[in-house]
Design a protein around this ligand. Sequence first.
Ligand SMILES: Cc1cc2nc3c(=O)[nH]c(=O)nc-3n(C[C@H](O)[C@H](O)[C@H](O)COP(=O)(O)OP(=O)(O)OC[C@H]3O[C@@H](n4cnc5c(N)ncnc54)[C@H](O)[C@@H]3O)c2cc1C
Length: 592
Amino acid sequence: MNSSSEIRRIQTDMLIIGSGVAGMLAVVGAKRSGVTPMIATKGTFASGSSSMARGGHSLALAHSDPADNPELFFEDIQAGGEGLCNERLIDIVSTESIDRSAELDEWGLGLVKLPDGRYDQVPGGFPHRFKRMVHCDRLMGKPLMAALSKKTKSWGIEPTTHIMLIDLLKDGDTVVGAWGFLYREGIPVVVHAKSTVIATGGAPQLHALNDSPPVVTGDGYAMAYRAGAELIDMEFIDYQIVTAAPEKLAGYPPYSTGLLGAGGHLLNGRGERFMEKYNPENKEHASRAVINRCMAIECYEGRGTEGGNIHIDIRHVFDKVNEGPGKSIVGTMAKNGIDLRTDFLEVGSAPHTYLGGVRIDEWGRSTLDGLYAGGEAAGGIHGANRLGGLALIDSYVFGLCAGIAAALESKTREAPDPASGNWRDGIADLAERASRTGTGPSAEAWRREVQDLVVTSLDQVRSEETLTSGLTDLDRVGGEFDDVDNSGGTVRKRSESLRQTFETRNLIEVARMLGTAALMRRETRGGHFRIDYPERNDNNYLGNYVVWSDGGKCRAELRPVPGRDAVAPPPPGEHATSFNTLPQDEAAESAA
Ligand SMILES: Cc1cc2nc3c(=O)[nH]c(=O)nc-3n(C[C@H](O)[C@H](O)[C@H](O)COP(=O)(O)OP(=O)(O)OC[C@H]3O[C@@H](n4cnc5c(N)ncnc54)[C@H](O)[C@@H]3O)c2cc1C
């Protein structure tokens, strides 16, 4: 780590942490409100889950069926969320998503249209009652991020890359920016901002097997938690089927549409087609949540493969898979020596989307002054489970809302005092760790220890016993933070090791929130399965667990689900009632 004289100091009106779709839409919201923000990202640009988005996003456009409308979409979202979705938030998502999608397409997304000009809408999975997913006829992530990048570059705004923000700065109860470091060069950074938006995505790296990019490590959840914000629904995770072996393909998405949709079978390690037992009616066509849960139960009860996984058998439908949406999977496996005409595919159940996050209102406002959140970092939209194609529209809509409101708030605030926030101690600690020879595990080994603990105790199959022991073990493993060895190698290697150490500390905080809420929720609902309480229990648990840090101790409380009448006050200053107001420069361009 470079000496403290090299600290990079920045003052900005508004800081956006994360440059996935939510962060980029927050830029749009800021520009629309007349503020030029700083946007910072840990990876290169387009490195979050957004850049990997595959199928598309879902909308009540009614192009596939005139009977569809936002009200029915609202009902389906709430049914999917098993009654726990904040109704104000899904009211906004089910309507505003239409304009957001049209605008992104105008900016170059390239959604597929039918010859008559309507958008092509394909099925988004259970419990969508209509075909709602619009798509690009190829993976959506790249064109999506390219369109957003082109737009924000036209305003002269580009993300600052390879910067890991570690903690929020607070002046009294107000968030006034964040500090962290440019981890490639080992340069500490302090950003004072009049308002801050967290758009750091989920926490898939809590599991060794996952389908998401390595930079998404729950940093925003942990930062907000340590700063005293409330988080909601942290016990709910949306799982997905991914390749488990060979190791170099681990996490590669075979998903279910291509293989199971065409008639493939799921087999346990004994060769039994286990879905017949759990769901004789739908078998491998049951909902994604049900299939993933059944896979997890088979493994938990010792009926997995030798590697602790599940097999997919498509031998009997090989031609059908190979002619349909599974063709690319067949090709990828063949290149890696797995011939799906004769071989099984070894798969596991891995986290795909974190459903909870920072508790926000309809303006993306957190429970702390000056702090906003959007996208996967925010919670309250999906409740216990999410519908296909909903993660993206949630990120578009609440990324934008957070950007608008944070910008308006920043206009009402004085620039923060550059001495405010506890950054000096944080940076001194960072620098000291960088030069310390730890007596404990390497950063990589510590990460694996945490991931193993999560798989053993805090994964899909939960019980009083596993959760209680998991939470105790988390305290022990968390205590190793001070011993992690970041010494050795070049400045860059040491800095990256330090980055991984701070990320793992964040993952431990996320696991603590998850475990605490999961222990209290003595029922099964959506992405939360208690083997000791296998039924849904509306009498006692039709509410959201909200968690927060009380002097470092994780507290949780069950709160009523916000209804449609629970309207939040507008942000300060002047605001447009429509989210579509053009930024001044664009308005001028349009008029010309
Ligand atoms: C393989 C895959 C396919 C998917 N397909 C679909 C789909 O078809 N449809 C759908 O609706 N959803 C899909 N999803 C989910 C959806 O893509 C995500 O939920 C959504 O893109 C999240 O966007 P986001 O902006 O909130 O976060 P992300 O896109 O994950 O971005 C997070 C950003 O935060 C930055 N960051 C993180 N920590 C820090 C830090 N400490 N300091 C600075 N920056 C930080 C990262 O670098 C990154 O820029 C998919 C997810 C995956 C993994």
